[in-house]
Design a protein around this ligand. Structure first.
Ligand SMILES: [Ca+2]
Ligand SMILES: [Ca+2]
Length: 306
């Protein structure tokens, strides 16, 4: 994130430069079409290194212009978007995550980072790292980290405000496939699934290997690296969701004590317990979550979107 954005969003809102009035908000009443239920309370608890909360006008929802102002905002991760609003945006604009119905190791959760888009004022960037208990495909291992990116227009209710989605499977290997879908000129429209009565963009996870794709056919054509391909699931379920915070201002230090990687959620790999997502290193036998959460490859250019 550039200096221009860090801590500067609220000032810009006041100045009318960044008309995301809710971005400084403390509201949290947006609908949860994704059905995610196991969100952590850590996203709203002050951290020792958190910047001070500052009073800012706010609305309950990014597109609810009539909501009453709230007296103060807690922005624990210091990116200019209030804690509760971050969770509200993640809940509303999370794509439909399609885990393969025949996946043999489907235990997973959605660790996310949400911040102002680093290049496009007024838009929001969402990094989602799908963390799994294990990869049980070829050359399987304990743990799995598979990311996708989303660009949000918070002034437009979801799902229309989900401007673009990008999956990158097996990043940095000969098996890498990059797929982007969205509403911008030149993009392929996302495939959708009904969620809460409306059609949400889908992200597909390849069976057992968990590579992410924004296009089902590309996944199923990856026969060497994603044998068995992708398939649409009928529900994205009640997946745990947790806000990681920002680099230098983490909201999470321990995925287990924060109620994410736990036996109660079905996790079995001892090597993953008490992992710190911001500590450089591998997540079990998988990749480095701290790198996933800041990976610029997922920042989609949506300047061609209306
Ligand atoms: Ca924030
Ligand atoms: Ca954030």
């Amino acid at each position: 994130m550039g200096k221009y954005f860090r801590g500067g969003i609220c000032a810009m809102i006041v100045a009318g430069l960044f008309p995301l009035s809710a971005a400084c908000g403390g509201g949290g009443a947006a609908p949860d079409p994704g059905g995610a239920s196991a969100t952590s309370t850590s996203g709203t608890s002050p951290a020792a290194d958190a910047p001070d909360a500052s009073p800012t006008p706010a609305t309950v929802s990014p597109h609810d212009k009539d909501a009453s102002p709230t007296p103060s905002v807690v922005d624990t991760d210091g990116d200019g978007i209030g804690d509760a609003m971050e969770e509200s945006l993640a809940a509303e604009y999370m794509p439909f995550v399609s885990i393969h119905p025949s996946d043999k190791c489907p235990t997973h959760g959605l660790l996310y980072r949400l911040s102002p888009h680093p290049k496009e004022p007024g838009r929001v960037m969402l990094w989602v790292d799908i963390l799994y208990d294990q990869d049980c495909g070829a050359n399987g291992h304990a743990g799995d980290d598979e990311s996708f990116g989303v660009v949000i227009d918070p002034h437009v209710p979801a799902p229309a405000g989900i401007l673009a989605v990008r999956g990158i499977s097996h990043q940095g290997t000969p098996c890498e496939h990059d797929t982007t879908c969205g509403a911008c000129k030149g993009m392929t429209a996302c495939q959708t699934a009904m969620q809460g009565g409306v059609a949400y963009p889908m992200v597909f996870s390849s069976v057992d290997k968990h590579g992410n794709y924004a296009d089902l056919n590309t996944c199923s054509g990856s026969v060497v690296c994603d044998f068995g391909g992708c398939a649409a699931s009928t529900t994205s379920g009640s997946t745990p969701r947790l806000n990681a915070g920002e680099p230098g201002h983490p909201l999470v230090h321990d995925l287990t004590t924060d109620g994410f990687v736990t036996a109660a959620n079905g996790w079995k790999q001892a090597a993953l317990m008490h992992a710190d997502p911001w500590k450089p290193g591998n997540f079990g036998g998988a990749g480095d979550v701290s790198k996933d959460l800041v990976d610029p490859a997922f920042v989609i250019d949506t300047t061609a979107c209306p």
